[in-house]
Ligand binder design. Structure first.
Ligand code: 3HC
Length: 704
C-alpha cells in the first residue's frame, strides 16, 4: 500500500516514501507526501524536513503504468509535492540512496538541498521512454549543473554516480556512514547557519553560446534513431529554460512532455520497458526455484561465436576454458580475443590491467579432461548434428553429473542434441547467443522438453550475470528469431523478381527503421554459408514451393558479399559503402524472365508490408505453438537480435498498431497469390475478435 512514513528527530521531520519495490509515485504517494510535508510545516518543534525513499531508497520516478490512463480527479500528483516543497516555510532536503530517477530526481531538484549516499546515483531516464522529464527536470537541472552538463545527462538518460553529481553541482554533500544521521546533522547545521536556503528555481542560468542548441539538434538527428524524437524534445525544453522565465519554461516543458507521451513512439518504448521486465518471468519458475552455482565455464569451439561467448564470461569475472581440438584455430581465436581487448584499451575503454585480468580468466585447451571442473559448458562448433552430438558425448564423459550442457546452435533441434546424453537430459538446453556475442544483448534460452526448472532458472540467472537480455524459446527450427527471419528474407528475394531493386528494398526497410536492409545484411554476413547449406540440403526442399535463384547465381560468380568485394552490391577496396551493380540487375531480370514474371513498379509501402508481415504471421504461429511465451518476448528478440526499431515496439506491437484486421487482409491476399503464405490461425482469430497480441500477453504476465 502506497504511503509515506512521518517521524521527527532533533527537530528534523523525516518523510519516508513507502511504496516498494522502487517507490514509484503511484496514486496515493503524492497525497501522503504532501500531507506529511504540510504537517511538518505546521508542527512548531520541526525546523527542517528531509524527504527520502524507504527500503533500498530508490525512487524510480513517476508510475510508468499510469501513463496513458487518467489520473484520478482531485488526487495530488508529483507536481503537487514539488509545489508543496517550494512553498515550504522550512528548508527541505532530499536524502538520496539507491537510484533517484526521473520524477524522483525532479522532486529532489525542487528541494533546498540534496544529500546522497556515496553509492547512490541520480538520472533523468525519461528520454528512453520517449519523452522529456515532465516535472521540471529540464528547467531545474540546468540551473544546478549548467546547461551543457544537464542537457548531456537528459539526452543520454543514464544515471550519474553521486560523486560525479556532486562535482556537477547537483548534490550538495555526499554522505558516508548512516545517511539518516548525516542528513539530520546537515540540516541542523544549515538551520543554525540561518540560510538563505535557495531553491533551484531562483538560481541564475548561464546561457550557452549562440549555436549551441542548433549543434545539439544536428547531433541528435544523426544519433540513435530510437531516441531521436524524444532527444529533440529534450533540447526544446532545455532551450526554453534558457529563453523563458522559470514558470513559462515549466509550462513549455509540460506541453512538450504531454505531446511526446501521447506519441506512438513513446507507447512503443514503454512497451519495451515492460517487455524487458516480463521476459525474465517464466511460468513454473519462481523465487523458490533452485539456481545452480556457476563458478566456472567451458566453451567448445574457438571461432567467432566461441570466442565471443568466452569474452562474455571473462567480462563477468567467471573463469572459462576455451577448447578447440585444432591447435592453430585455438591460437587464432585467443589472439583475436586479445586483439579485441587491446583495441578497446587503445580507445581508452579498458585499462591495460583490465585486459590482462580478462585474458587471465580465459584458458585455452585442446583436451576435454581439462574441462572437468566446469559448471556449464557451451558448445559453439560447426552447425552439424553429428558433430554437436559427438561434442556433447565427449563433454558428458568428463563433466560432473550436475553440470549443465548448452548448445549455441542457431537452428538445430536441441532435443535431438540432448538425446545424445540421456543421463543428463534435464540439464541440457540451448543458449543462442547473437554475433558478436560479447556485444549483442539478446540471449535466446532454448528450453528442451526435458530441461528442469532449475536448469532454466540457472540459465536466466547466468544471463543476468553476463549482462544479457534472456528470452525463453521452445524447440523448433530457428527458435523465435531465425524462424521468423526466413519469411522476411524470402519475400525480399521475391520482390526483386517482381520488379524491385536491392537498393529499393533496402531503402524501404531502412526508412522504416531497420539499421540495414536485407541485402546489405546478406552482403555483410556473407552469402556463401547459405549457398552451401542450400546445396547440401537441396534434396529436402519442397520443389513445388517458390524459391528465388538469384542468391545462388551471385555466389556462383564468386561474389560472397563484402568479404569478396561484391555480392548484391559492389564495394570499393577498404569501403563498406554499397554500390548498386547492373550485373545483379541483369541476374534479377533473368530470374524473372525464366519464371515468366512481368516486372512492375513496386512502391515503398508494399515492400514494407511484404517483408514485415511474414514476421507478424510467423510470430503468431510461434506464439500459438508456445515457442514464445509472449508476443512481447518476440518483440524483444527482434529488437535486440535483428535491429527492429525499438521506437516501433517490435514486430508484434507494431502489428497491433497497424491493426490485425488490416495485416490479416494483406496476408490472405498474398496467400491467394502465392502458396508460400499460410495465414496463422491465431492472427485470424485475433483479427476476427478485434483483439491485439497485447491482450494475450496480459494473461501470461499475471500467471508468471
Ligand atoms: N513506474 C512503475 N513501475 C516501475 C517503475 C516506474 N517508474 N520503475 C520500476 N518499476 C517496476 C518494474 O516494472 C518492476 O515491476 P515488476 O516486478 O512487476 O516487473 C519493478 O518495479 C522492479 O523494477 P526492476 O525489475 O527494473 O528493478 P531493478 O532493481 O532492476 O531496477 C530501476 C530498478 C533502476 C528503478 C528500474 O526499474 C528503472 O530504471 N525504472 C524506470 C526508471 C524511470 O524510467 N523513471 C522515469 C519514469 S517517468 C517519470 O518519472 C516522468 C516524470 O518526468 C514526470
Amino acid at each position: 500500500m502506497a504511503s509515506a512514513d512521518y517521524s521527527v528527530r532533533d527537530g528534523i521531520a523525516l518523510v519516508t516514501i513507502d511504496n516498494p519495490p522502487v517507490n514509484a509515485m503511484t496514486v496515493g504517494v503524492p497525497r501522503a507526501v504532501c500531507e506529511a510535508l504540510e504537517r511538518a510545516g505546521r508542527e512548531p518543534e520541526v525546523v527542517a524536513i528531509v524527504i527520502r525513499g524507504g527500503g533500498s531508497g530508490t525512487i524510480a520516478g513517476a508510475d510508468i503504468r499510469m501513463f496513458g490512463k487518467p489520473w484520478p480527479a482531485g488526487e495530488p500528483s508529483l507536481r503537487d509535492i514539488i509545489a508543496t516543497v517550494e512553498r515550504s516555510p522550512k528548508p527541505v532536503a532530499a536524502l538520496i540512496r539507491g537510484q533517484c530517477l526521473g520524477g524522483g530526481l525532479e522532486l529532489a531538484l525542487s528541494c533546498h538541498y540534496r544529500l546522497a549516499a556515496s553509492d547512490s546515483a541520480v538520472g533523468q531516464p525519461e528520454v528512453k521512454l520517449g519523452f522529456p522529464p515532465g516535472a521540471g527536470g529540464t528547467q531545474r537541472l540546468p540551473r544546478l549543473a549548467g546547461v551543457e552538463a544537464a542537457l548531456a545527462m537528459i539526452l543520454d538518460g543514464n544515471p550519474v554516480p553521486a560523486l560525479r553529481a556532486r562535482d556537477l553541482g547537483i548534490i550538495d554533500r555526499v554522505v558516508e556512514g548512516d545517511p539518516r544521521e548525516a542528513a539530520i546533522a546537515f540540516m541542523r547545521e544549515r538551520v543554525a547557519a540561518g540560510g538563505p536556503h535557495v531553491l533551484a528555481r531562483d538560481r541564475k542560468l548561464e546561457a550557452p553560446g549562440p549555436d549551441y542548441f542548433a549543434a545539439e539538434r544536428t547531433k541528435a538527428e544523426k544519433a540513435n534513431r530510437n531516441l531521436r524524437s524524444a532527444q529533440l524534445a529534450c533540447i526544446d525544453c532545455v532551450e526554453a529554460a534558457v529563453t523563458l522565465p522559470f514558470d513559462a519554461g515549466i509550462a513549455r516543458e509540460r506541453a512538450i512532455f504531454e505531446t511526446c507521451l501521447a506519441s506512438e513512439e513513446s507507447r512503443a518504448l514503454r512497451h519495451v520497458f515492460f517487455a524487458e521486465r516480463a521476459a525474465g518471468k517464466v511460468p513454473g519458475i519462481g523465487k523458490q526455484t533452485a539456481v545452480a552455482r556457476i563458478a566456472s565455464a567451458a566453451v567448445i569451439g574457438s571461432g567467432t561465436m566461441g570466442t565471443g561467448i568466452a569474452m562474455c564470461f571473462a567480462e563477468a569475472g567467471i573463469p572459462v576454458h576455451v577448447l578447440d581440438t585444432h591447435a592453430p584455430a585455438l591460437e587464432r581465436g585467443i589472439a583475436t580475443i586479445r586483439k579485441s581487448y587491446e583495441a578497446s584499451a587503445a580507445k581508452g575503454r579498458l585499462s591495460a590491467a583490465d585486459v590482462e585480468k580478462r585474458m587471465s580468466l580465459i584458458t585455452p585447451t585442446s583436451v576435454y579432461a581439462d574441462l572437468a571442473g566446469a559448471d556449464i559448458a557451451i558448445e559453439a562448433v560447426f552447425e552439424d548434428m553429428p558433430v554437436k552430438r559427438a561434442v556433447f558425448a565427449a563433454l558428458d564423459r568428463v563433466l560432473e553429473a550436475n553440470a549443465i550442457l548448452a548448445s549455441n546452435t542457431s537452428y538445430l533441434d536441441v532435443d535431438e542434441i540432448a538425446a545424445s546424453v540421456p543421463a543428463r537430459l534435464g540439464r541440457v538446453l540451448g543458449l543462442h547467443f547473437f554475433s558478436p556475442a560479447n556485444l549483442m544483448r539478446l540471449l535466446e534460452i532454448v528450453r528442451t522438453s526435458s530441461a528442469t526448472p532449475e536448469t532454466v532458472a540457472t540459465a536466466l540467472a547466468l544471463a543476468r550475470r553476463l549482462r544479457k537480455l534472456p528470452v525463453v524459446a521452445g524447440v523448433c527450427h530457428g527458435f523465435i528469431g531465425n524462424r521468423m527471419l526466413t519469411g522476411y528474407i524470402r519475400e525480399a528475394g521475391f520482390l526483386l523478381e517482381e520488379g524491385a531493386s536491392p537498393q529499393q528494398v533496402d531503402k524501404a526497410l531502412t526508412d522504416f527503421g531497420m539499421p540495414m536492409g536485407p541485402f546489405a545484411v546478406k552482403d555483410l554476413a556473407g552469402l556463401d554459408i547459405g549457398w552451401r547449406n542450400r546445396k547440401a540440403f537441396a534434396h529436402l526442399r519442397d520443389a513445388s514451393k517458390r524459391t528465388s535463384p538469384v542468391d545462388d547465381w551471385i555466389c556462383e560468380l564468386g561474389r560472397f558479399g563484402q568479404k569478396t568485394g561484391a555480392g548484391y552490391y559492389r564495394y570499393e577496396p577498404g569501403s563498406r559503402a554499397p554500390i548498386p551493380d547492373p550485373l545483379v540487375d541483369e541476374l534479377i531480370r533473368k530470374a524473372a524472365k525464366e519464371k515468366g514474371i512481368t516486372r512492375r513498379e513496386i512502391g515503398h509501402d508494399e515492400i514494407v508490408e511484404r517483408c514485415l508481415y511474414p514476421l507478424v504471421n510467423e510470430g503468431a504461429k510461434v506464439l500459438e505453438e508456445g515457442i514464445a511465451l509472449r508476443a512481447s518476448d518476440i518483440d524483444l528478440v527482434w529488437i535486440n537480435g535483428y535491429g527492429f526499431p525499438a521506437w516501433r515496439g517490435g514486430p508484434m506491437h507494431w502489428a497491433d498498431t497497424v491493426g490485425l484486421a488490416k495485416v490479416l487482409a494483406s496476408v490472405e491476399r498474398l496467400a491467394r497469390a502465392d502458396d508460400t503464405w499460410e495465414p496463422a490461425p491465431l492472427l485470424k482469430r485475433l483479427a476476427t475478435e478485434r483483439r491485439r497480441f497485447a491482450d494475450l500477453d496480459q494473461g501470461v504476465s499475471q500467471n508468471a
